[in-house]
Design a protein around this ligand. Structure first.
Ligand SMILES: [Zn+2]
Ligand SMILES: [Zn+2]
Length: 111
């Protein structure tokens, strides 16, 4: 129990209070609805993983943002994802960025 005004333990990227707001708003459940690319058959496309000791949900930006920008986002701009969904979704975003730069160089090579 922390006294009001006591020290706030920061998470890896976000404050603990912000993390609590995001995961509470999500009902302590992963908010992925298949955007990570996994099928989530058990939850009918919705991931059914819940916040648990040892495998806490991640509070991540709804839209990809650089770390320094993500750290300043309010709870409403974040959603809760389980570790596997977060990892899968980040790699999709990374591939999309690569594809975008690849498409650009393909266009450039036409000329
Ligand atoms: Zn998930
Ligand atoms: Zn997912």
């Amino acid at each position: 129990v922390t006294a009001p005004g006591g020290p706030v333990i920061p998470g890896p990227m976000l404050g603990a209070d912000l993390w609590r707001q995001v995961t509470a708003a999500a009902g302590n459940r992963c908010e992925c609805r298949g955007q990570c690319g996994r099928k989530h058959k058990d939850g009918q496309r919705r991931c059914i993983r819940e916040n648990a000791p040892g495998t806490p949900l991640h509070a991540v930006p709804r839209e990809p943002a650089p770390d320094h920008a993500a750290a300043a986002l309010p709870a409403s701009a974040l959603h809760a994802l389980c570790g596997p969904c977060d990892t899968a979704l980040s790699s999709i975003h990374a591939k999309a960025r690569q594809a975008a730069s690849g498409a650009l160089s393909a266009v450039e090579s036409l000329f």
